[in-house]
Design a protein around this ligand. Structure first.
Ligand code: XMP
Length: 320
């Protein structure tokens, strides 16, 4: 296990200088690829990578079809302002093909992992001649994978998987000693705008972690639409993370005076500091009611909205 650098211990200037020189010495005069999803972790890694490697680094955003509304354009725009060019790779078909018919959560995560690392990055690395992939794995990702809670999509070494022999490239993970708060502090020190380092966490498997049962483009669109509403209405809640989940079970509802056997959205909103433990935020009934009615009015097919009232553990933050 990597040795933790606690928030108290973290000296961001020192940390940044150390990581920049580490990345430089590993990559040398070669090329590296950097996987940017637009989340806090990968945004911080992108800035570290650019400080270290400049144009020896190619930053890619993989459009897997599972991301939030407008995410690709938003991320490209944010980084353009910071002087970083982000290449968007369209891999939607590959991801939906790989996920087809899979209902088991761990199998879904495995399908995502294989598509990201073997297929998509494998191909980019081969084409570009890069030998390194820079990514934003943090200590919490490793903890939970090693503890057997969830196989996080981006953890290999601690499971005895060598990316070089498995995928054909090495993985550099500058943030493995940090937890979320430390990553945010580093992001701030690197000059990232608050809109980036203050973003709520979003998981690597994206909406595949928030659709119960088989993942289809239609189901992803449903949860995506609900997420727009949840994120807008909870933006100022001060919560650690908030999300919508699409359930597989249907319930009887009514629409326009007729029976509508429709879908159910579950809202989760968490108070937490590091995602290891979390409790549901005590949202007002006004805000809950507003989310409920906006979702049933604006998300086709949804007739029921619920709010999660259990803590982690035994719940987890995401649904799969
Ligand atoms: P869970 O659901 O395990 O989530 O309580 C803990 C935190 O990690 C995020 N998460 C992930 N992040 N890859 C990631 O990069 C993953 O596979 C993954 N699964 C969950 C989740 O959003 C929460 O902040």
């Amino acid at each position: 296990m990597p040795k933790e650098i606690t928030l108290k211990e973290l000296n961001t200037d020192l940390f940044i200088a150390e990581k920049v020189s580490e990345i430089k010495s590993i990559v040398g005069d070669g090329m590296a690829i950097n996987a940017l999803s637009g989340g806090v972790d990968s945004s911080v890694v992108t800035m570290l990578g650019h400080k270290a490697l400049g144009n020896q680094l190619r930053t890619v955003f993989v459009e897997n079809g599972l991301m939030r509304e407008g995410e690709a354009e938003q991320v490209v725009g944010f980084f353009k302002k910071l002087g970083v060019t982000v290449e968007v790779i369209d891999a939607r078909k590959e991801f939906f093909d790989a996920l087809k018919g899979i209902t088991n959560p761990e199998e879904k995560r495995e399908a995502i992992t294989q598509t990201f690392y073997r297929k998509v990055f494998g191909r980019i690395v081969k084409e570009s001649g890069a030998k390194y992939l820079l990514q934003g794995t943090i200590l919490t990702d490793i903890d939970e994978t090693v503890a057997g809670i969830k196989r996080q999509h981006n953890v290999f070494e601690q499971l005895g998987i060598d990316p070089l022999t498995t995928f054909g490239y090495k993985i550099i993970e500058p943030l493995v000693q940090l937890r979320k708060e430390g990553v945010r502090k580093t992001g701030k020190a690197l000059g990232l705008p608050a809109a980036l380092f203050d973003r709520i966490p979003f998981p690597g498997p994206a909406f595949a972690a928030r659709v119960i049962g088989a993942v289809t483009p239609e189901k992803v669109e449903t949860v995506r639409k609900a997420t727009v509403i949840v994120e807008r209405l909870l933006k100022n809640s001060g919560a650690f993370q908030y999300l919508a989940i699409l359930h597989e079970d249907r319930v009887t509802g009514m629409r326009d005076g007729k029976r509508d056997f429709g879908q159910q959205i579950e809202i989760r909103c968490w108070d937490s500091t590091d995602a290891r433990k979390a409790t549901p935020t005590r949202l007002s009934f006004d805000i809950l009611g507003k989310m409920g009615s906006e979702i049933v009015q604006n998300v086709p097919g949804v007739v029921s909205v619920t709010y999660n009232i259990t803590s982690k553990p035994p719940s987890t933050i995401e649904a799969i």
